[in-house]
Design a protein around this ligand. Structure first.
Ligand SMILES: CCCCCCCCCCCCCC(=O)SCCNC(=O)CCNC(=O)[C@H](O)C(C)(C)COP(=O)(O)OP(=O)(O)OC[C@H]1O[C@@H](n2cnc3c(N)ncnc32)[C@H](O)[C@@H]1OP(=O)(O)O
Length: 400
């Protein structure tokens, strides 16, 4: 009987694989429906993509279990998943073509530009409302803004504002595909569109400001040098001999790592790992690190620049590493880096970088880097250290 079960299971997984390859082959056949240029697509209005979605946590208690933390608050990782799905849905509404039965576009999350928290606590027994629409488009990219509010004491109160950048690809997710132009109507929509345009320029500027390409700014240099002088051993005065100042923690001692095996259950409609799942896992690891660093349960203040660099394939080994990279008073900033590891070729590839800012109920120790890369330099591994680009966050944090 065991053997029989085994063969049933084998058949089942072969069937699942076949269904997916068949679905993918069907998707690729939609390529002929793609627009050859953006001009041939009709311009859409912001209201064409407007969506309002209710999450009835208050009125449907059976839903709560999925969202509940042990401490009777809402799991923010679940909210990240919902925001991601909603951003996809908004993008599909913008690109909807009533003449086609199916959309030829694969829409993927490229960036969570920012999420600003308007309040720290999300109540598990109050209804939640999400509203959002497209605010800007490029040729193949779409900016979508989502507002989340919660019903309490007879009115909806703001919880957060999120900005996503989604990218349209061909059905096989190989190349960029054109999206409908956007036609703002009235001064408010014009303002949102101009803001989107400015965001696009800022993103391009930021992507060229990596420490791997350019030197740190004067402000960053001053902060970094100040930290270095603070840790200098006055007896030996050598680069290597360093002393940890009081109420401080070395950066190398403020890490937390995790591993995810990417099972098919977490795949999206394009047979890759769902972006929301990656965000939830990274958030939970980042939160656990901030919690252990601050010695109390921290609250999330902001999410910045979640960059989806490469898709995560089903079956990958996903390594997540979180690092406390900046602290100030009660604030803790955590960066989570995720990479897929191929155990056969032993190759590592960065797929995502996440930034979370938390606040604690008390002042936290100061985080102290020992080196430019944030970690002690090990022979033969200095390139990997530099990759961490810890100090880019210093200026980001100070400019908030
Ligand atoms: C039908 C209704 C269904 C509803 C279902 C609901 C539930 C749905 C659930 C399903 C959930 C599914 C959702 C998921 O789970 S998606 C899963 C998570 N996301 C990923 O796996 C994506 C991984 N990353 C990539 O594949 C690439 O890096 C992408 C494709 C993103 C870009 O690759 P590449 O750089 O080579 O592309 P390009 O040079 O051709 O540029 C193309 C455009 O992209 C713009 N760009 C690129 N990067 C950025 C950036 N960082 N900030 C801002 N913009 C950026 C760029 O400016 C250009 O814009 P434009 O000038 O053309 O305008």
């Amino acid at each position: 009987p065991l053997l029989k079960h085994h063969s049933i299971l084998n058949n089942f997984s072969a069937n699942v694989k076949n269904c997916h390859s068949q679905a993918m082959a069907e998707r690729v056949s939609l390529s002929s429906m793609l627009a050859k240029s953006q001009n041939e697509l009709p311009a859409k209005r912001m209201k064409d993509s407007y969506l309002e979605v209710h999450l009835p946590l208050g009125s449907e208690p059976q839903l709560r279990e999925k969202y509940l933390t042990y401490h009777n608050t809402v799991r923010f990782g679940r909210i990240l998943e919902d925001l991601d799905s909603l951003a996809v849905l908004i993008s599909y509404s913008h690109t909807y073509n009533s003449e086609l039965k199916r959309s030829p576009l694969s829409i993927v999350t490229a960036l969570v530009d920012k999420i600003d928290m308007r309040q720290h606590v999300i109540y598990p027994d109050c209804d939640i409302k999400f509203t959002g629409h497209v605010t800007w488009v490029g040729k193949s990219s779409i900016e979508a803004k989502i507002h989340m509010s919660q019903y309490r004491d007879g009115a909806y109160a703001s919880v957060l504002d999120a900005t996503f950048v989604m990218v349209a690809r061909d059905p096989g997710n190989k190349r960029a595909a054109f999206v409908n132009p956007l036609k703002p109507e009235g001064p408010e929509e014009e303002r949102l569109f101009q803001e989107g345009e400015a965001n696009k320029s800022r993103r391009v500027e930021l992507s060229t400001a990596s420490l791997l390409k350019v030197a740190p700014t004067q402000e960053e240099r001053t902060v970094v040098h100040g930290l270095f002088l603070n840790t200098l051993d006055t007896n030996t005065v050598s680069f290597r001999s360093r002393v940890l100042p009081p109420s401080s923690v070395w950066m190398e001692d403020a890490k937390l790592k995790g591993l995810e095996i990417c099972h098919p259950q977490e795949r999206n409609i394009f047979n890759r790992i769902f972006g929301g799942f990656l965000m939830r896992k990274a958030y939970e690891l980042g939160w656990a690190n901030a919690c252990s660093y601050g010695g109390c349960r921290p609250s999330l203040v902001a999410v910045d620049d979640i960059l989806f660099q490469k898709p995560v394939e089903i079956g990958s080994l996903l390594m997540l590493s979180s690092q406390v990279c900046y602290t100030q008073g009660t604030y803790i900033q955590v960066r989570v880096h995720s990479e897929v590891f191929d155990p056969l070729t032993r190759q590592h590839n960065t797929t995502n970088i996440f930034h979370f800012t938390f606040t604690s109920d008390r002042d936290v120790p100061n985080i102290m880097p020992k080196t430019y890369g944030g970690e002690p330099v090990q022979t033969g591994n200095s390139k990997k250290n530099l990759k961490n680009q810890i100090y880019i966050h210093v200026s980001k944090f100070l400019s908030k």
